[in-house]
Write a protein that binds this ligand. Structure first.
Ligand code: NDP
Length: 287
């Protein structure tokens, strides 16, 4: 193995320490950061994510409110809760765990969250602001990836960056952030004709495909920085990424592991966005 391992867990712990200090400072000024999390239905993976988010809040000194709804919940009930939370000055962040049951219009739910409290960064206005390189809440997973690249001093200006995946929550905002950082970005997806042609040119390769060990070493440019966003559960219960770690690490210059790479950074950025929102609220109140 030649690649340097990018330790997301260690970075997340360091950043969470800074977030906890900011949260404590806010609480001392009477503005305790507070995140409201809504979980609709009983998807087991969603339940785990919500549990981890609430636990992350607790550790960082961020108050969390959790609202659980059955899978057949009426959309109007959830919309009414969102309106209530939007109006509550003690709440700084609102998150609706995705995916939603079929009776929900996902875009309508995301846009019902106040732009100022949209700590997941999925509201169309925040997406637009990000695309214009204006101040915005940035979706947590790609934001966490940018923090990792920054902490590793990976040069982005002028670099060839390739993102595999074009989802609204990972691939597209990732491409936007890399573009804003000065990289030349190619976005690949299931219709891409010759994936290897693109990936082999990448100085920075981000895999957000949702397919276990999809990116093998032969797809990677020697010395590239490889970021594995994937979280896949194997039949034996173990987690693995979208990158075939062993063959990739033999070629790459630096690589994130799964688990212990991007995953811990995602919740960290959610906590940071909540604290940022609380800091803005404190400023508005002159605290
Ligand atoms: P989606 O399923 O929404 O998107 C997957 C993307 O991969 C799509 O754009 C799809 O293309 C593309 N794709 C699928 N097959 C291929 C292929 N053969 N060649 C090239 N591209 C392909 O997934 P998400 O973006 O939500 O998540 C991606 C991964 O990241 C998952 O493993 C998920 O679990 C993980 N994840 C991890 C997080 C973390 O905290 N670390 C947070 C969020 C997600 P098309 O659009 O054409 O269908």
């Amino acid at each position: 193995m030649t690649a340097r391992i990018i330790d997301g867990k260690a970075l997340a712990e360091r950043v969470r320490g800074e977030i906890a200090a900011r949260a404590a400072g806010l609480a001392a000024r009477g503005e305790q950061p507070c995140l409201a999390v809504l979980l609709i239905g009983s998807d087991p993976a969603s339940a785990v994510y919500v549990r981890n988010k609430v636990a992350g809040c607790e550790k960082a000194g961020i108050r969390s409110l959790r609202f659980d709804y059955p899978a057949d919940a009426a959309p109007e009930v959830v919309m009414a809760k969102l309106a209530e939370l939007n109006a509550d000055p003690a709440v700084h962040g609102i998150l609706v765990q995705l995916p939603l049951p079929l009776q929900f219009d996902e875009a309508a739910v995301l846009e019902a969250i106040s732009v100022e409290k949209d700590v997941d960064g999925f509201h169309a206005e925040n997406v637009g602001r990000l695309s214009q390189n204006q101040e915005a809440f940035i979706p947590c997973t790609p934001h966490g990836v940018m923090k990792m690249l920054e902490s590793e001093h990976v040069p982005l200006s002028g670099a060839e960056a390739v993102v595999i995946g074009r989802s609204n929550i990972v691939g597209k905002p990732m491409a936007m952030l890399l573009t804003n950082a000065g990289a030349t970005v190619t976005v690949c997806h299931s219709k891409t004709r010759d994936l290897a042609f693109h990936t082999r040119r990448a100085d920075v390769l981000v895999a957000a495909v949702g397919k276990p060990r999809f990116v093998t070493g032969d797809l990677i440019k020697p010395g590239a920085t490889v970021i594995d966003v994937g979280i896949n559960r194997l039949p034996d219960g173990k987690l693995c990424g979208d990158v075939d770690f062993d063959s990739a690490a033999a070629v790459a210059g630096a690589i994130t592991p799964v688990p212990g790479g991007v995953g811990p950074m995602t919740i960290t950025m959610l906590l940071e966005n909540t604290v940022i929102s609380a800091e803005r609220a404190a400023r508005r109140k002159g605290l």
